[in-house]
Design a protein around this ligand. Structure first.
Ligand SMILES: [Cu+2]
Length: 447
């Protein structure tokens, strides 16, 4: 363990003094849901109190999804953890690399890699907790150019002055550069302020690249631009008030989606806003509803603004030697001109020892304009149901885990779409390797 920590320290180019005791107690804080761990939990809380580096209401780090979104407290944390000076540091990453093949006349195939790495640092400040995060993605280099990777029916953003369709855009190099400050208001209420030159407003569920229920599936959710595409907004300010179970947030942000130059910050005025109510009634459950007004999100349609409504439920069930994470999402877009369309998603990730079985079913609606179909009416709406099923076999290499996986998808097209794809049910798939940190498992320390 010590050697691998040293390794990562070198990788980061930083000198890191890992204090074993602090390391282990913080491991617990991420997993403080098991009854068996209860005794350790109390130890940990007092240890964290000493450093003053804790959420004001004592919420565990496992509650934190992407941006300021909540996930169930029982969600396992996959990360490497260190203490440097008084800072608590976490390193998260996910790398998938492989060969993707999407069938039909609108499909394509290529080698590709989806990936991100995130460094988080926390420190006590003025009686509260300061968190800063930097998340980077190499996708502009690795997904195969500005048009990203082939993914049937996917839409959103553009390249070369043309809207992308049947392809998933690469994520920007700066996926998130953000700071967050949590401060107690009363014994049961706290304030959260989040500011990000690149980050996620309070809109939608935990974004799919960070959702445990989506973590084994390299394919982007097709509801992305109906549910969580605002996760990279270049300019976000969020203010929230929360108790241990409820959080109400408001955001002001730049609603324009990133442009095709993926290495810069695409600043625009903070002309969009959103509100979200999150509710964690149980250790294993997290719910949210949110509304957003996105001013001129698409570069190619600057006169169209979008109202977005989302609702989601995430259920996480820790298992003996595994974990089962599931999410249901509904997302609805109401453009200022044109037809409103909806999306619904159900996905699940079931892990037991080294085996992961995952799946996703999505109902999607697309206009002929979304898919750039050669028809007279740009606002005709087409439906599809897409099913994805996959498996990953993991091999642990010290604190990191490498997995070999495959996913297959079946796209059930409505009659109107079939002529454009030359098939009723075009198929797709990907074989891949996945690299991610091992879970910070409970009971992995001697205590
Ligand atoms: Cu995205």
């Amino acid at each position: 363990m010590r050697r691998s920590i040293h390794h990562i320290g070198l990788l980061l180019g930083a000198v890191i003094s890992a204090r074993a005791a602090a390391f282990e107690s913080a491991q617990d804080s991420a997993n403080a849901h098991s009854a068996a761990n209860h005794a350790h939990h109390h130890e940990m809380v007092s240890a964290d109190d000493e450093s003053g580096n804790e959420d004001p209401l004592g919420l565990g780090m496992s509650r934190e999804g992407s941006g300021t979104a909540w996930q169930p407290d029982s969600t396992p944390v996959y990360g490497h953890h260190f203490i440097a000076a008084d800072w608590m540091l976490m390193l998260h990453y996910s790398l998938q690399v492989g060969y993707i093949d999407q069938g039909s006349t609108r499909g394509d195939h290529q080698f590709t890699s989806m990936n991100w790495v995130m460094l988080m640092a926390q420190h006590a400040l003025f009686g509260g907790q300061l968190t800063s995060r930097v998340m980077l993605s190499a996708e502009p280099l690795t997904t195969g150019g500005k048009r990203g990777y082939p993914l049937l029916l996917q839409t959103g953003e553009s390249a070369g002055g043309l809207p992308l369709h049947d392809r998933q855009h690469p994520h920007d190099l700066f996926m998130e550069v953000a700071a967050k400050y949590n401060h107690p208001l009363t014994k049961d209420l706290a304030l959260e302020v989040y500011g990000a030159p690149s980050g996620e407003p309070a809109l939608g569920p935990v974004a799919f690249p960070h959702r445990l229920s989506a973590s084994a599936n390299p394919l982007a959710a097709l509801g992305h631009h109906w549910q969580d595409s605002s996760h990279i907004a270049f300019g976000v300010v969020t203010v929230g008030v929360y108790s241990r179970q409820l959080k109400l947030e408001g955001s002001w942000f730049n609603g324009r989606e990133p442009d095709e130059n993926r290495y810069d910050f695409d600043f625009h005025p903070l002309n969009s806003y959103s509100a979200r109510l999150s509710y964690n009634p149980l250790t294993d459950l997290s719910l949210q509803v949110s509304y957003g007004y996105l001013k001129s999100p698409e570069e190619l349609e600057p006169n169209v603004s979008v109202q977005r409504i989302t609702a989601s439920a995430t259920y996480n069930r820790p298992l003996e030697g595994g974990n089962w994470a599931s999410t249901a999402i509904f997302g609805y877009n109401i453009p200022s001109s044109g037809t409103s369309t909806s999306s619904a998603l159900l996905e699940s990730n079931f892990e037991l020892s080294r085996n992961t079985v995952f799946g996703r079913i999505e109902f999607i609606q697309r206009t002929s304009r979304d898919l750039v179909l050669p028809v007279a009416d740009s606002q005709s709406v087409f439906n599809a149901i897409v099913l994805e099923l996959g498996y990953v076999r993991d091999f642990e290499l010290g604190p990191t885990t490498i997995g070999l996986g495959a996913v297959g998808s079946a796209n059930f097209l409505s009659g109107g779409l079939q002529p454009f794809y030359g098939s009723k049910v075009p198929l797709g798939g990907m074989i891949f390797l996945r690299l991610r940190p091992s879970p910070m498992a409970h009971g992995s320390h001697s205590g």
